[in-house]
Design a protein around this ligand. Structure first.
Ligand code: OSB
Ligand code: MG
Length: 370
């Protein structure tokens, strides 16, 4: 294949309800949609970076810069036969996983479409549906959390994840656990604690949690190993894992017992699959995380989560949890807490150009040969 053209668009969608984590609060999201044209076939990807550097170092603006000034010039007009070869064209680019994921996913989509095959088949997915949980933000009261839990359990979602932060942790989790004794429950701290907080974190052992996600620093695996040794609850890493090598090292150190694989965070589907493979070979459960992706990135997440090792329900919920109107058709929805894996070619959903245009803040087109 050979990429003839890359279109970038910063697209802003309002959120159905604001989302608050230990580090930021959002009422709309700006993601970059990437469209490649390769051998006359279109492919779509999404760069779902937050606009601020509070989850990880990347932002929408750094993604635009890396895509526009490095990834596009390094790939336009260059031949590649496989995604491994494509990624080799920009191997020199360090980090910047969200930016890389946007372009890489678009190339997977184009490759799959050029072969008339669904993306999950190219990846080696085995599941026909993926199990879906919800991630619930920090609220102004526990009652507001109860209302969210009630609503999403009624919709059939399989597990609840609560965002926690210092001051919004043990009491909230206790009250949720008391009210829902049997619900599969886990928590996500987005790196808001340190080893000084080990006594607080140990109290969470009482609530039969599936796991505690990224309690310590975003770039740490050493302190997490110390913490895991002190906890019964499995630690799950999110922010700290960017590659299969990171996953191998974290598992060798016993820094975690589960990994949240985000296609967006790890540079795309190829590295997501490699992380899956490392974990699967060791019997370590993985699940598919999300960054509130629009339909393009969400469809890529569904394809990733169709791999056999995704044994835990993920954060990939129906897009109606976040958006009134998504940018793709058909909309991605969960039924009884599961999302069907799409069987159309490529991502299996079609971006709707008019909707994308309506919400575009900035756009650029880059072509091979200038
Ligand atoms: O840590 O998993 C996270 C959203 C934004 C930033 C970080 C995270 C999240 C989520 C939402 O938990 C997952 C989703 O529903 O897409
Ligand atoms: Mg997380």
């Amino acid at each position: 294949m050979r990429i003839e053209q890359i279109d970038l668009a910063v697209v802003r969608l309002p959120l159905v309800r604001p989302f608050q984590t230990s580090s930021s609060r959002k009422d709309h999201l700006d993601h970059i949609l990437v469209r490649v044209l390769a051998d006359g076939v279109e492919g779509w990807g999404e760069c779902a970076s937050p606009s601020d550097p509070f989850y990880c170092p990347e932002t929408t603006e750094t993604c635009w810069h890396i895509l526009h000034d490095f990834l596009a010039p390094m790939t336009l007009g260059k031949p590649w036969e496989s995604i491994e070869e494509l990624v080799g064209l920009y191997r020199k680019v360090k980090g910047n996983g969200f930016a890389r994921a946007g372009l890489e996913t678009a190339c997977w989509d184009a490759l799959a479409r050029s072969r008339g095959e669904p993306l999950h088949r190219l990846l080696g997915g085995t599941r026909t549906e993926v199990l879906s949980g919800v991630s619930l933000g920090i609220e102004s009261s526990v009652e507001a959390v109860f209302a969210n839990v009630d609503r999403f359990l009624a919709e059939g979602y399989r597990r609840i994840k609560l965002k926690i932060a210092p001051g919004w942790d043990v009491d909230v989790v206790r009250r949720v656990r008391e009210r829902y004794p049997d619900v599969p429950l886990q928590v996500d701290a987005n790196s808001a604690y340190t080893l000084d907080d080990v006594d607080v974190l140990k109290k969470l052992d009482d609530f039969d949690l599936l796991l505690i996600e990224q309690p310590l620093a975003h770039d740490d695996i050493i302190d997490h190993a110390t913490l895991q040794a002190a906890l019964r609850t499995p630690v799950c890493l999110d922010e700290s894992i960017h590659s299969a090598d990171d996953a191998r090292k974290a598992l060798d150190l016993n820094a975690c017992r589960a990994i949240n694989i985000k296609v967006s965070r790890v540079g795309g589907l190829l590295e997501a699959r490699r992380i899956h493979d490392v974990c699967h070979a060791r019997g370590v459960p993985v699940w598919c995380g999300g960054m509130h992706e629009f339909g393009v990135g969400r469809a890529a997440n569904v394809a990733a989560a169709s791999l056999p090792g995704y044994s835990l329900p993920g954060d990939v919920s129906g897009s109606d949890k976040y958006y009134h109107e998504d940018v793709v058709e058909p909309p991605i929805l969960a039924t009884n807490g599961a999302i069907a894996v799409f069987d159309g070619p490529g991502l299996g959903v079609e971006p709707v150009p008019d909707r994308i245009r309506k919400h575009t803040l900035r756009a650029a087109t880059l072509r091979a040969d200038g």
